[in-house]
Write a protein that binds this ligand. Structure first.
Ligand SMILES: [Zn+2]
Length: 292
């Protein structure tokens, strides 16, 4: 299990799914892999050579600060009816992975939902009989107002996007009904002395990133601002799931610049192993340096 510290903050990756998932050409529609030939054998770290499918991880980041036990995103969850076949009615041992990290669901006191896509809010709730109840009974779930409003099924724009069907109803509404949600708005929100959230719209209207700083060391939870390390090298390759690709590209570049300038560990939600990288600028893009 990947676990490391940033100053006084311990960060642990909790894997739900890891596989060569989407053809690179589908995930990153404007990509042209011939333009990354100079990476040579290293490309097999980012996609399976035979199938040309990008290695994708779905994981949560467990963040243990001196003050809080936090989850950044909660993967897909179990027993949930989803439009995307590979993510529907899962039965995966993610709670065992949390236990292996030495943490009980009751220990979690904050859950940061970077955005309200199916693969980020699933373990917010679990089945109790026929009811969806909070998996983390002592947690506050932190959500930006833009995403809460956009993904509400009463919004016809998002309701027309079938891929996220049922998600609000089974993974967000039960928290609202129990008054477990902290809604934030504007550009920033403070979790504690070591973790700040910042609005990073583009992939989703209210996507949050998390800025970690402790004892002079820094990290950045980049959510879905980028889906593959290929986009570190080519930030202009948008993701097919980006709601507003131009905004998503600007956000991606801003995040990579910030990581390079502040020597922050880049920690997105879906990067292939080793899952977290330092970066440095090169040409019109960046270089993903060896991970943690
Ligand atoms: Zn995602």
């Amino acid at each position: 299990m990947l676990s490391f510290t940033i100053g006084d903050v311990r960060i642990t990756r909790l894997e739900e799914i890891y596989a060569p998932a989407f053809p690179v050409g589908d995930l990153l529609p404007s990509s042209n892999l011939a333009e990354l030939e100079h990476l040579g054998d290293r490309r097999s770290q980012f996609y399976e050579p035979e199938s040309v499918c990008a290695y994708m991880s779905i994981h949560s980041w467990l963040v243990q600060t001196p003050q809080h036990t936090i989850l950044v995103d909660t993967c897909n969850g179990n027993h949930k009816q989803r439009a995307m076949e590979g993510f529907s009615m899962l039965d995966l041992p993610w709670l065992d992975t949390l236990a292996a990290a030495g943490v009980k669901p009751t220990d979690i006191d904050q859950v940061v939902c970077t955005h309200l896509h199916l693969d980020h809010v699933g373990w917010n709730t679990m089945l109790d009989g026929s009811d969806w109840v909070p998996t983390f009974p002592n947690a506050t779930f932190v959500i930006h107002r833009n995403d809460l409003e956009f993904w509400n099924p009463a919004n016809p724009t998002s309701a027309a996007m079938g891929f996220n069907a049922n998600v609000f109803e089974d993974s967000v509404q039960p928290l609202l009904d129990r008054d477990r949600v902290t809604v934030w708005e504007g550009d920033g929100h403070t979790i504690d002395d070591t973790l700040q959230l910042a609005l990073a719209a583009g992939h989703s209207p209210g996507m949050a990133i998390g800025l970690v700083e402790s004892k002079g060391q820094r990290g950045l939870f980049a959510a879905d601002s980028m889906h593959s390390p290929l986009q570190v090298f080519r930030p202009d390759w948008y993701c097919g799931f980006d709601l507003i690709p131009a905004d998503a590209e600007a956000t991606r570049r801003r995040i990579l610049e910030r990581c390079a300038e502040t020597d922050a560990m880049l920690m997105p939600a879906h990067f292939a192993a080793p899952h977290a990288y330092k970066v440095r600028p090169e040409g019109d893009g960046f270089v993903a340096l060896d991970g943690v």
